[in-house]
Design a protein around this ligand. Structure first.
Ligand SMILES: [Zn+2]
Length: 242
């Protein structure tokens, strides 16, 4: 049996699927992969590196520059879900699926997925650091980041010097799954990289689709396909319908 047929069989039989998605899921929507060699993190912006700009410390000290950077470099407004996102959303209508994503673009929700845990938060919304009022990033970029209460609006993303607050929830969900599907992440960045271990990948097996090889590429129980996500999911979707 070829890899795609085996993968579709696993997906068909699974009762409780957890899908872990990373940057590779969004690059097909035109977003740059932050960590790839040609990605954003290798380039400095006005003398600062992105890891520095995207920190809580920098946010409070240079709020103007922080938002300027978001507007110019990370603006996810106007980006649309790709066929991969849409296929996952359609699977959720038929199967018990939870998406755990490292992405901050909310493209899964835009595609119609409802069960989504954003472990790095989202750029879609901002929250006032004092009164906790919520506002869309789009409105904050247009109207300014000052809140009428005297506080400032801060994006709902997990910054570099902040803790990944939802990781224990992610571990809990992953441990209960009977199939893990990994899409567009090389599984090298912690804490998300711990999710396969917590799930029990060596015993329960997994399906991984990623452009580059992951550390699990040669694991006995793992089916790893190194290729495009949208195109591979399209083939899997077809096999599931057959
Ligand atoms: Zn406020």
């Amino acid at each position: 049996m070829d890899k795609l047929t085996s993968a579709s069989k696993l997906i068909k039989e699974a009762k409780n699927i957890v899908i872990l998605t990373g940057a590779g899921m969004s690059t097909e929507s035109g977003l740059k992969d932050f960590r790839s060699s040609d990605g954003l993190s290798s380039r400095s912006y006005k003398g600062y590196y992105p890891e520095e700009i995207l920190s809580k410390r920098f946010f409070y000290n240079h709020t103007d520059l922080f938002y300027q950077y978001l507007k110019e470099k990370l603006n996810v407004i106007g980006i649309s879900p790709n066929k991969g996102h849409l296929i996952l959303a359609s699977w959720e209508e038929k199967k018990n699926i939870t998406i755990i994503t490292q992405n901050i673009d909310s493209l899964h929700q835009k595609a119609g997925s409802k069960n989504v845990l954003e472990i790095h938060g989202t750029l879609a919304t901002c929250r006032c650091t004092q009164c906790k009022e919520e506002k869309k990033l789009k409105d904050v970029l247009n109207e300014g980041y000052n809140c009428s209460c005297g506080g400032v609006f801060k994006p709902d993303v997990v910054l570099y010097d902040e803790e990944v607050s939802k990781i224990s929830e992610a571990f809990n969900i992953a441990s209960k799954a009977d199939l893990l599907l990994v899409l567009g992440t090389s599984l090298k960045v912690y804490p998300a990289a711990s999710i396969p271990e917590v799930y029990g990948i060596t015993k329960k097996g997994a399906v991984i689709i990623n452009r580059d090889e992951t550390p699990y590429a040669y694991d006995f129980n793992v089916i790893e396909i190194n290729g495009g996500i949208g195109s591979t999911l399209e083939k899997l979707d077809q096999l599931l319908k057959d």
